[in-house]
Design a protein around this ligand. Structure first.
Ligand SMILES: N[C@@H](CCC(=O)N[C@@H](CS)C(=O)NCC(=O)O)C(=O)O
Length: 242
């Protein structure tokens, strides 16, 4: 039995939902209320010591890190395959996941203000200190401190936006050569990129995922969104319509 602890708008959660839906695996969808900071609760930290979503329980065994979870799912349920058969291509797939995890994911933290800005700005200093104390990583303590007290400046946001667009440049070259990111077939590398392309396309730099700017990425994005699993994985809007 699979239990997925996740949040609807979390990029890392979206990856795992996509993977589960591609595989047609049934799962118990447990929503973690990030607005209430449930992911920093003592009970949740027992499942995921990093205090982030998603986490998965498979037959009672906990697993965290969305890229790791997707690879695990592909191992326990190999059909349809979501990893290239060729070892070299499989290594390239892992490098895409690593690149996005290490260089791209932290760039969208400047947009936490949409989800958490109003709430966090109302915390008293004592409340903020108590909340920071329950966050396991220094890096994420800093992220919450920023959203509560020092919102990202327009210059910082512009810098992050620029770096996100570089992801599209890298993807453009890969997709031009192979149709998908790696090895000529849809894989966990593509799944890893989906939530970030969604964010770029929807709110960060919509004119970049276009035939004019990144034609191969734009075509890839249409093909991704046409997949039945995309619909089922609930990759909805990140920002509420105003
Ligand atoms: N590398 C982790 C990243 C997980 C992560 O950062 N999750 C975000 C949501 S996409 C989160 O829980 N943020 C809330 C926080 O850090 O307090 C993964 O891929 O699972």
């Amino acid at each position: 039995m699979i239990i997925l602890y996740n949040a609807p708008r979390s990029s890392a959660s979206r990856r795992v939902r996509l993977c589960l839906e591609e595989k047609g695996l049934a799962y118990d969808n447990r929503i973690v209320d990030m607005g209430k900071l449930e992911h920093h609760s003592a009970a949740y930290l027992k499942i995921n010591p990093n205090g982030v979503v998603p986490s998965m329980l498979h037959d009672g065994k906990p697993l965290h890190e969305s890229g790791t979870i997707c690879e695990y799912l592909d191992e326990i349920c190999p059909d349809p395959p979501l990893r290239p058969a060729d070892p070299y291509d499989r290594a390239l797939m892992r490098n895409w996941i690593r690149h996005i995890d290490e260089r791209i994911h932290n760039l969208i933290i400047f947009n936490w203000r949409h989800s958490f800005g109003e709430m966090a700005s109302k915390w008293t200093d004592e409340e903020l200190a108590a909340k920071l104390a329950s966050i396991p990583s220094k890096e994420r303590q800093e992220s919450w401190l920023r959203v509560a007290r020092r919102p990202y400046t327009e210059e910082e946001r512009a810098e992050a936006r620029g770096k996100l667009v570089v992801l599209l440049d890298r993807m453009e070259a890969a997709i031009a050569a192979s149709c998908w990111l790696v090895g000529g077939a849809y894989s966990i590398a593509d799944i890893a990129a989906v939530p970030f392309v969604k964010r770029i396309d929807e709110e960060i730099a919509p004119d970049e995922v276009t035939t004019a700017k990144h034609p191969h990425v734009a075509d890839w994005w249409s093909r991704i969104q046409a997949r039945p699993a995309f619909e089922r994985a609930n990759i909805g809007p990140f920002v509420d319509p105003s």
